[in-house]
Design a protein around this ligand. Structure first.
Ligand SMILES: *Cc1c(COP(=O)(O)O)cnc(C)c1O
Length: 334
């Protein structure tokens, strides 16, 4: 079976770079949604906790359950809101406030311009009233940026909007709640950080999708994808490989089958534009459900050690390449 190597030193390098921006690792909330961006939820939670990270972010409560013992707080981005001593729940809409269980820890998410989730800026006051009426325990105030990775004034007007919201919430008497708005791109580009927490995902895993004009922080990819040899064969000139026979041997050649395919979450791609592995071997012909063919005889090959580079080849983004990797692929820490 194909396997994934998790480079612990690189992960800690990235977390250290982010801690330099936030001023301390206590201010980092590691985003572990979607199987920790394909890296493995429990494994990455353990490594993050060992590093000294105290807070985590997930999508659903069932993810929080698997890692609950490792963190002081876990923010659930969107799920049924219940009372729990360690979990805090995102309020994404006014309906969420009505449906939440009394006594639940909640964080108010305000839509400052992304228009995906969150409560409208005009509804801040009514939200605070309803939170009180429903007997919810407000512990945080948050927003999410839509364009923190591009060089434009977009981020600044959203930040300005958030300032107005913070003012209103503070005015209503909430002085000790945690405030957070930054994702990876926002913290990587920021020069002054004064909030309580950053929600860092992709940067912790080694990538920044920032415009190249920003001062670069060097990050290192954490994940690499490897496949094992299944069999080797000799092809005569003119023989063709795989479904449809899309690749034709132009001379006598030795090829091997390796145990990775789209069933493992690897992108099928386009046989006309062959994917180049990190060892610069083109995938020969079509990707099958469980196999690829390469002109190699080594027992193991590294198919990818940089998801951003792979994404470029495949016409997508690093996030998609990583999160697609099947959770059953073995992850080993190196
Ligand atoms: C996914 C997510 C993040 C992390 O974003 P990155 O760009 O990967 O750092 C932060 N906040 C929210 C609300 C998210 O959904």
């Amino acid at each position: 079976m194909a396997f994934i190597k998790i480079n612990k030193a690189n992960f800690y390098h990235n977390l250290n770079q982010i801690a330099l921006k936030t001023g301390s690792k206590e201010k980092i909330a590691i985003v572990l949604k979607d199987n920790a961006y394909g890296h493995g939820l429990v494994l990455m939670a353990q490594l993050a906790s060992e590093f000294g990270i105290k807070h985590a972010v997930v999508r659903k409560a069932y993810e929080a359950e698997q890692i609950a013992a490792l963190f002081e707080s876990i923010l659930v981005l969107g799920d049924t809101i219940i009372k729990h001593k360690k979990y805090t729940y995102t309020l994404n809409s006014l309906e969420d406030i009505q449906k939440a269980q009394k006594g639940a820890n909640v964080e108010l998410k305000i839509d400052t311009g992304m228009h995906r989730n969150g409560i409208a800026m005009d509804d801040v006051e009514v939200s605070l009233r309803e939170i009180k009426k429903q007997g919810l325990n407000l512990v945080g105030l948050m927003t999410h940026f839509r364009s923190s990775d591009v060089l434009s004034s977009e981020l600044f007007w959203q930040q300005k909007n958030f300032e107005v919201v913070k003012e209103k919430v503070s005015h209503a008497g909430y002085k000790n709640i945690r405030i957070h708005s930054h994702n990876s791109a926002a913290i990587l580009r920021s020069k002054h950080f004064s909030e309580d927490l950053v929600r860092v995902g992709v940067a912790a895993y080694g990538y920044d999708e920032l415009d190249k004009t920003f001062d670069a922080v060097t990050l290192k990819p954490v994940l690499s994808l490897h496949a094992k040899k299944v069999s080797t064969r000799l092809l005569a000139k003119g023989e063709r490989i795989g479904y449809g026979g899309d690749y034709t041997a132009y001379e006598k050649m030795t090829i091997s089958t390796y145990d990775l395919g789209y069933g493992d979450g690897w992108c099928r791609g386009d046989a006309e534009k062959p994917f180049m592995t990190s060892e610069k071997l083109p995938i020969l012909g079509r990707v099958s459900m469980d196999f690829i063919s390469l002109a190699s005889v080594t027992e193991e090959v590294c198919v990818m050690n940089d998801a951003q580079d792979a994404a470029k080849q495949l016409g997508t983004i690093s996030y998609e390449v990583m999160t697609a990797l099947h959770k059953d692929i073995e992850r080993i820490v190196v």
